[in-house]
Design a protein around this ligand. Structure first.
Ligand SMILES: Nc1nc2c(ncn2[C@@H]2O[C@H](COP(=O)(O)OP(=O)(O)OP(=O)(O)O)[C@@H](O)[C@H]2O)c(=O)[nH]1
Ligand code: SF4
Ligand SMILES: [Mg+2]
Length: 407
């Protein structure tokens, strides 16, 4: 299963408290290196695991948050950066309990609204008193599980705690189309097969949408944009919803009846993966762009660029045509650290983020939103510059709770 569909669980704590041992315990295999030497795990390492009841997850083993020296400080920075991927965090401690040195990371959990709990390990050497546990529960309002990875097996309790918390996380993966369609509806998916399309397969958002439409008992039809006119001429079926690749928005909008709802894959997934209402507002700021304004394009993986690449060629061209302004563009891809001076950007445009989890996309955008820098995404930006923004949003019930509530 792809990484972007898995829950990410981060394991944090001081050096040598048993973080890697804990991962081996819940994974039921020797997956992480364990040793009595403090500082064995030096970088955040993602382990792909299948955990009974939870299914496929990514567990992130990290370096101790009490690491010292110049190198230690860099490791701690990487550990904190790993939080951006976490749907859930587990803070492991031993005899010394939770101290003032844990406060930085606890504040990060709270700031990023990451569900978390405490595991008090090495209970074979020292078992905390009832008062110590009650104090922690009262102070932080989280579960505290006492265990020994060597003698005391509480795997079922841990998995149940993880499952309950993940159900409330940002990445809890609601239905993509559930509130937009009804059983028996026809959903039409439009996907150009051009130079940029991967060979012999559909891309993940298309596959996920097909599956979601079937889960909602809809009929699904997938066709290329040039077949649309023939479809409406030959068939007497009227689709409830047409979902298109954003790059052929204009062609699709002109080929389907006005009363048929229309949106794009990128906008559909922006609703799941980003603070949607904020991105709608951010997109409208395109109208206020001025000469020499700088725009940051964020791509979430370094995919192969072919022909008229969407991020580097088409979007800049559409934006310049629409605004008539002389705009400049910066690009960041993958998990690159963001530039220092975010205020230099008048607009940020995020790609569809299909390779990232909801949590990762939101964490990527949060620093900009916190500074009130307008954020848009590929599909919204394209729809706006082509004059079909309102239409592409008509299908959504904007009263739905969105992940804006998490930020
Ligand atoms: N007695 C006892 N020892 C444990 C327990 N859990 C882990 N250990 C031991 O503690 C040492 C450190 O365990 P690790 O799992 O490597 O700890 P870590 O937190 O990953 O350490 P770093 O990667 O160095 O930060 C090893 O010698 C483990 O065998 C436990 O419950 N009881
Ligand atoms: S993560 Fe972004 S850049 Fe990578 S394939 Fe998906 S939409 Fe394109
Ligand atoms: Mg370790």
């Amino acid at each position: 299963m792809l990484k972007s569909l898995r829950h990410h669980i981060g394991i944090f704590g001081f050096r040598n408290v048993g973080k890697s041992s804990f991962i081996n315990l819940i994974g039921q295999q020797e997956i992480s290196i364990v040793s009595p030497i403090a500082g064995t795990t030096t970088d955040p390492v993602k382990k792909f695991m299948e955990i009974p009841r939870l299914g496929p997850v990514v567990i992130i083993d990290t370096a101790g948050i009490d690491d010292e020296g110049v190198l230690g400080a860099k490791r701690v920075k990487s550990t904190l950066h790993a939080l951006n991927s976490c749907d859930l965090a587990i803070l492991i401690c031993d005899r010394s309990g939770i101290t003032s040195q844990h406060q930085t990371i606890i504040l990060e959990f709270q700031k990023k609204k990451i569900p978390w709990f405490i595991v008090w390990n090495k209970s074979d050497l020292y078992s905390p008193t009832k008062d110590e546990i009650d104090n922690l529960t009262k102070r932080y309002g989280v579960a505290v599980i006492v265990l020994s990875t060597t003698t005391n097996n509480k795997v079922l309790l841990i998995i149940e705690t993880i499952a309950n918390l993940l159900a409330t996380s940002l990445n809890s993966n609601p239905s993509i189309l559930g509130d937009l369609v009804q059983a028996g509806d026809l959903v039409l998916l439009v996907t150009p097969i051009d130079q940029e399309a991967p060979k012999k397969r559909l891309i993940l958002p298309q596959v996920q949408t097909i599956r979601d439409a079937l889960d909602n008992d809809c009929m699904v039809m997938v066709l290329k944009e040039r077949e649309l006119d023939a479809f409406f001429k030959k068939s007497n079926l009227t689709p409830k919803l047409v979902i298109t690749d954003s790059q052929v928005f204009l062609k699709v909008a002109s080929s389907i009846p006005r009363e048929v709802m229309l949106t794009s894959f990128s906008i559909l997934f922006a609703r799941l993966k980003t603070p949607f209402a904020k991105l709608i507002e951010g997109t409208k700021e395109i109208s206020n762009l001025k000469d020499n304004d700088k725009i940051l394009i964020l791509e979430s993986c370094s995919h192969h660029q072919a022909g008229d690449d969407i991020g580097t060629v088409k979007i800049p061209r559409w934006l310049k045509n629409f605004t008539g302004k002389n705009l400049s563009f910066d690009y960041k891809s993958g998990n690159d650290f963001l530039p220092e001076n975010l205020e230099q950007y008048k607009l940020v445009i995020q790609c569809g983020g299909c390779m990232l989890t909801n949590t990762e996309v939101s964490a990527r955008l949060k620093p900009f939103l916190d500074k009130n820098i307008p954020v848009s995404n590929y599909g919204m930006c394209i729809a706006f510059t082509l004059g079909i923004f309102e239409r592409s949003l008509e299908c959504f019930n904007m009263n739905l709770p969105t992940i804006d509530d998490y930020l």
